[in-house]
Design a protein around this ligand. Sequence first.
Ligand SMILES: Cc1cc2nc3c(=O)[nH]c(=O)nc-3n(C[C@H](O)[C@H](O)[C@H](O)COP(=O)(O)O)c2cc1C
Length: 180
Amino acid sequence: MSSDRPVYESIRSRRAVRDFTDEPVSRGALERILRAARWAPSAGNRRLHKFVALEDAQAIARIKAISPGMFGEPPVLIVICTDAEQLARENVKDHDTSTMVDVGTTAMCMMLAAHELGLGTCPTTSFSAGGVRGALNLPDHLTPDFMLQVGHAKPLPPGGGGGTKLTIDEITHWGAYPSD
Ligand SMILES: Cc1cc2nc3c(=O)[nH]c(=O)nc-3n(C[C@H](O)[C@H](O)[C@H](O)COP(=O)(O)O)c2cc1C
């Protein structure tokens, strides 16, 4: 990606990918995506997450079967889990706002790292948490909060991906709202 504003261009050009080729994702690329997660901003630097990285097609198919929001058949699936033991150590209320924001910052770092590597991702929250827990034999202290599908993207259909983005005037109020 050659640009004098590569971060902005990366943010702008990333799209949710729901159609993947069969090409595998190298372990090196996967490790780089996981390393990016380590640099995500984290409230109080509490580092609440554990990751489950799946590369096995059958294991991923079992998760897909219990995930209505998973349309693709990605070669890699990363499950972001919040660690209740870490929550307790840090005296954090279970799944408070910061906890869920941390999931988002982590996921975004991973998506942008994958995008830079030429890989597509799809954030996924529509899944059965209990089902994923069972399928992965997760220990009780780990709660699956978010899944990231990762793989090589098939070309998006013309005009596909992301839909219309809102203008900044539609989403921004310049200054405080007037008092009544
Ligand atoms: C918290 C969150 C949950 C999402 N869950 C799903 C999901 O379960 N399935 C899916 O296909 N896309 C999911 N998405 C992707 C959004 O639909 C997508 O980001 C949005 O339509 C904008 O498209 P873009 O990312 O290409 O700009 C999710 C995105 C976020 C941020």
